[in-house]
Design a protein around this ligand. Structure first.
Ligand code: ACO
Length: 189
């Protein structure tokens, strides 16, 4: 079984000090919360996402290209993971990205996305810890609110995390065929 890799040996997405100490303190000793690492492709990150939605394997190069794209847009993407120290595998993930606005005195909004806890680890408060960590990051970065979309089934979970129902989500899916890798690159307009 692979040995646990400490933060200082990893290429991380953002400064781990941004994760609230209070959330780290609440985790059991066999688990570790940290920013996403460039090598988390090898720790089951993509497989965890499949509990949420379709998450086909993008391959290592595609994974790292998206990691680099998130990191190159500075001060915007904060994707984090919880790792099981026993096997160095990812067991929970989540992301908050920071939107910069012209209104509310150039206000910022944190958007929480892609929360997933591996099936065998659900119900152990890991989802709660991910949301607490992401909300803490969003608020520490000065966001005046943190928002997310979810199914009706998940409303009780987010209420437990301190969120309340506000307004509605609208969506329009692109019906044109999308090819995988091209979506990772930004077209020049
Ligand atoms: N219905 C009612 N209560 C719930 C539910 C639910 N569906 N899920 C969790 N809770 C409650 C728990 O019972 C617990 O309550 P307690 O404090 O009274 O004991 C509290 O919420 C915290 O639960 P956790 O143990 O932290 O939940 P978990 O670690 O299982 O994570 C999650 C919840 C993220 C929804 C997980 O079950 C999961 O990965 N589901 C599949 C993927 C998914 O739906 N992700 C969210 C998509 S929305 C988005 O990404 C913005």
């Amino acid at each position: 079984m692979p040995a646990f890799t400490p933060d200082q040996e990893l290429d991380l997405l953002f400064n781990p000090d941004l994760i609230p100490a209070s959330v780290k303190a609440e985790l059991p000793a066999d688990l570790h919360i940290r920013p996403l690492a460039r090598s988390d492709y090898h720790r089951g990150h993509i497989q965890i996402l499949s509990v949420l939605t379709s998450a086909p394997d993008p391959g290592l190069a595609g994974y790292q290209a998206t990691f680099d794209a998130q990191r190159n847009i500075v001060n915007t993407y904060y994707t984090l993971v919880i790792v099981n120290k026993a096997n160095d595998q990812v067991v929970a993930v989540g992301c908050v990205f920071i939107e910069r606005k012209f209104l509310r005195n150039l206000g910022k909004v944190g958007h929480i996305e892609d929360i997933a806890v591996s099936k065998d680890m659900q119900g152990k408060k890991l989802g709660l810890r991910v949301i607490q960590a992401l909300t803490g990051i969003s608020e520490a970065l000065g966001c005046y609110k943190t928002i997310l979309n979810c199914s009706d089934d998940n409303i009780p979970f987010y209420k437990k995390c301190g969120y309340e129902k506000k307004e509605n989500e609208m969506a329009k899916y692109n019906t044109a065929p999308l090819s995988g890798p091209s979506r990772a690159s930004t077209p020049k307009l």
